[in-house]
Design a protein. Structure first.
Ligand SMILES: Cc1cc2nc3c(=O)[nH]c(=O)nc-3n(C[C@H](O)[C@H](O)[C@H](O)COP(=O)(O)OP(=O)(O)OC[C@H]3O[C@@H](n4cnc5c(N)ncnc54)[C@H](O)[C@@H]3O)c2cc1C
Length: 284
């Protein structure tokens, strides 16, 4: 998986994303490896990296220590998340020495440094939310605590996102609500993810993948078309920033960005590629 990661990075880095986010296992088991990868992406490749940090099941001290390490390493952007308990247990019950929630986490991180802080948002409502209104109020608390951007859970129902964006504006959330775009690799897997996180799969999307379970090539073509249409639709509605969930696979995202007009930046290529090839091939 690590080799695959560096292959993906090498492919996508020349497109110069505003930042590259790196997920984090909520049980903390990938802590050291994640830190090493973040360091390599940032120092070795000159990318702006936004490591994810989760607070569930962790002590305040351990989370803040990790954040301080990132700050000392020159990392200025974090994605602050509560996360899910690995055992599937209750998540909103904070450990005695832990953060009470992701809004509390955002406040704590602010005290470490002046980070750019992204948080998660749920256009189709988080499955644990008491109501749509409670979910929105919770997002507002995260922003009021100092978050600078929200990145959404993936969705295929564009109108649900647009209604959510309006609702955010309606309660005074002024930060950018960046849509999370998930290019479909395996449709059956996406159906499982969607059921878990409450994302709907519109019938017209399901129909496009029907009968393609054993046909990976055709699925990729359809998937690119679906994501390109989605981004174009959102762009027509004024959305200017997109967050791609690459799931460690670069080609689909690259093709989508290419079709949408994004091209490798030549100055990045001149400055970095020789170096990054070596960096990627080397140990991290
Ligand atoms: C962009 C993005 C990146 C992610 N990256 C990771 C990752 O790297 N690692 C990982 O393990 N998981 C990741 N996740 C999944 C995430 O951890 C789960 O969705 C988790 O269940 C919620 O985390 P959160 O920070 O959104 O929680 P929160 O926003 O704090 O809470 C989730 C929901 O619970 C309800 N809630 C919580 N507290 C309160 C309260 N006090 N009062 C009322 N309602 C409340 C709200 O409805 C809220 O939307 C990511 C999700 C997204 C959208």
């Amino acid at each position: 998986m690590e080799a695959q990661l560096w292959k993906s990075v090498r492919r996508l880095a020349p497109l110069q994303p505003r930042f590259v986010s790196v997920t984090y296992g909520a049980d903390g088991s990938t802590r050291e490896r994640t830190h090493a990868i973040v360091h390599q992406l940032s120092v070795g490749m000159g990318l702006t990296v936004a490591p994810h940090l989760t607070s569930v099941g962790a002590s305040r001290r351990s989370v803040l220590e990790l954040a301080a390490r990132y700050w000392d390493d020159g990392i200025r952007h974090l994605v602050a998340l509560r996360g899910d308990a690995p055992t599937g247990g209750a998540c909103n019950v904070a450990a005695a020495d832990g953060f009470s929630g992701s809004d509390d986490l955002v406040r704590g991180l602010r005290m470490i440094g002046n980070f750019d802080l992204s948080v998660a948002a749920y256009p189709e409502v988080h499955p644990e939310a008491r109501s749509r209104k409670a979910d929105l109020e919770h997002l507002k608390r995260k922003i009021d605590a100092g978050a600078t951007r929200a990145i959404t859970q993936f969705f295929f129902d564009n109108d649900a996102y647009l209604r959510f964006r309006d609702a955010c504006a309606g309660v005074g959330i002024a930060v950018s609500i960046v849509p999370g775009i998930l290019p479909v690799t395996r449709f059956a897997q996406i159906v499982r993810f969607a059921a878990k996180c409450g994302a709907t799969i519109p019938a017209n999307i399901a129909a496009q993948f029907q009968g393609l379970d054993e046909d990976a090539d055709m699925r990729r073509l359809v998937s690119a078309a679906v994501a390109i249409n989605q981004v174009e639709y959102l762009r027509r509605h004024g959305v200017e920033e997109f967050h791609f969930y690459t799931l460690n696979r670069a080609d689909l995202t690259y093709a989508i960005c290419h079709a949408l007009g994004l091209r490798p930046r030549s100055q990045y290529l001149a400055r970095r590629v020789g170096f990054s090839e070596a960096a990627i091939a080397g140990p991290v």
